[in-house]
Design a binder for this molecule. Structure first.
Ligand code: 5AD
Ligand code: SF4
Length: 422
């Protein structure tokens, strides 16, 4: 989205006072995210009053779920609503408002006047131009959109539609553009990114192929991916993961629950044992790899016994970190209303957080004494391949983006302390 503005002469700012246009990119995966988006939009009322020429665009999944009509009715000062399924239209919308010159403010256009099914809009039209753009060291590149699985609690398939894999040449071109603009690490994104598959006249491209090709781009020293799904790992992946050191030794692998009964109710498609087997295979391929996860507590029907299975999975899987969420009802489907009270939800969440913290701390401590390769994000800090943040004991004089070796000397909260070796 930023690219559409940048290529028309805009500069990015988070200072509202200086902005000519504001884009609120919204999430709806949990109710809290949607509430946050709504209150952000509400706060723009005053901004619009003080900047009547300024434009407000609401994008993303909450925009998709709530709908343009509804949002514009609630927030009449909003100029355009572009739902997640219409992301390809962002460029056309920006063109309508700002095409040619930044002064073309007066076009009174509403979303229903915009091209509806403009197949001619290719993804490359709104991808980042190489010029005038300094990439962060670690840059995201979307490999797929949407999701074709049907986990019961999840709103993503509804607001983003089924899985759509992007053509490899577009993904690789964007990664190369970002590498040329300074990125050293590429993070391939998708809801089930390891399901990636694309048929080309020259043959099919698998996720493993995509990883290899991305890692071969000049300037790229590391490739990460987010998030894989346990169902889509195969031998091909494990071979490439084992043999290619540029692929980060880190896998964020959402599990959601440690109980087979709850996993089944959630329609996750794997058992606890199968999940643990995949974690074991990751470690077999790369013993130093870190695995992190997502958990949902308080899914309808989750008993204390089910929850204990989740707690015990933390140590059993040896995860280095976890995002833990309280169940949030996102659909009206019967049987999906939460059956735990807020207090019980909170109680389970805090027990889980404590367990995760204890295990993370053990895992961090085990890294002391090791020599780690660190990709600098600042002169005195960066990340290891296993995604641990390392703070060095002094500034290195090296540029962010440099790959250095550091001896891990200690742990401070969630980060490692290190000493530059070379
Ligand atoms: N309630 C709570 N957490 C959810 N997630 C997805 N849907 C819900 C929901 N309805 C969490 C999952 C997922 C992460 C992105 O968000 O853990 O992996
Ligand atoms: Fe949602 Fe992820 Fe399940 Fe897809 S795989 S339905 S995005 S939780």
């Amino acid at each position: 989205m930023a690219a559409s503005f940048i290529k028309r002469g805009f500069k990015l700012t988070d200072d509202l006072k200086r902005a000519d246009a504001v884009v609120v990119n919204t999430c709806t995966v949990r109710q809290r995210a949607e509430d946050k988006a709504i209150s952000q939009i509400g706060r723009l009322r005053v901004w619009k009053k003080n900047h009547p020429e300024g434009k407000i665009f609401i994008a993303g999944c909450a925009a998709q779920k709530l709908g343009g009509k509804n949002l514009k009715h609630r927030f009449p000062f909003v100029d355009e609503v572009i739902g997640a399924k219409d992301i390809d239209k962002v460029d056309a919308v920006v063109e309508v408002y700002f095409g040619g010159s930044l002064d073309v403010h007066e076009l009174p256009v509403t979303s229903n006047q915009l091209p509806v099914n403009d197949e001619s809009l290719s993804i490359t039209d709104y991808r980042l131009p190489v010029t005038d753009y300094q990439s962060p060291i670690s840059a995201y590149v979307t490999a797929m959109r949407g999701c074709s699985l049907k986990c019961t609690y999840c709103i993503v398939p509804e607001v983003r539609g089924p899985a759509l894999y992007l053509p490899p040449e577009e993904i690789l071109a964007e990664a190369a553009a970002k590498a040329a603009a300074g990125a050293r690490e590429i993070i391939l994104l998708g809801q089930t990114v390891n399901a990636y598959a694309y048929k080309t006249p020259a043959g099919a491209i698998s996720f493993a192929d995509l990883l290899s090709r991305t890692s071969a781009i000049p300037g790229v020293s590391r490739v990460r991916f987010m998030s894989p799904h346990p169902l889509y790992f195969n031998a091909d992946f494990f071979r490439v993961f084992r043999d290619n050191p540029k692929i980060a030794r880190y896998v964020h692998l959402p599990v959601q629950s440690g109980s087979d009964r709850i996993l089944k109710a959630m329609r996750r498609g794997y058992t606890r044992a199968e999940y643990l087997d995949i974690v074991a295979k990751i470690r077999e391929a790369a013993p130093e790899a870190a695995v992190s996860t997502d958990f949902i507590v308080g899914y309808p029907g989750e008993t204390e016994a089910d929850f204990k299975e989740t707690l015990s999975l933390v140590a059993a899987s040896g995860i280095s970190f976890a995002y833990c969420f309280k169940y949030s009802q996102r659909t009206d489907a019967a049987g999906l209303a939460p059956d735990l009270g807020e207090a019980e939800m909170e109680e389970r969440l805090s027990r889980l957080l404590a367990e995760v913290k204890k295990n993370s701390s053990d895992i961090l401590n085990k890294r002391i004494g090791r020599i780690e390769e660190v990709l600098l994000e600042a002169e005195d800090s960066g990340r290891t391949s296993a995604n641990f943040i390392v703070r060095l004991d002094r500034e290195t004089g090296l540029k962010p983006g440099s790959l250095i070796r550091a001896e891990i000397t200690g742990v401070s909260k969630n980060t490692l302390k290190g000493r530059l070796i070379s």
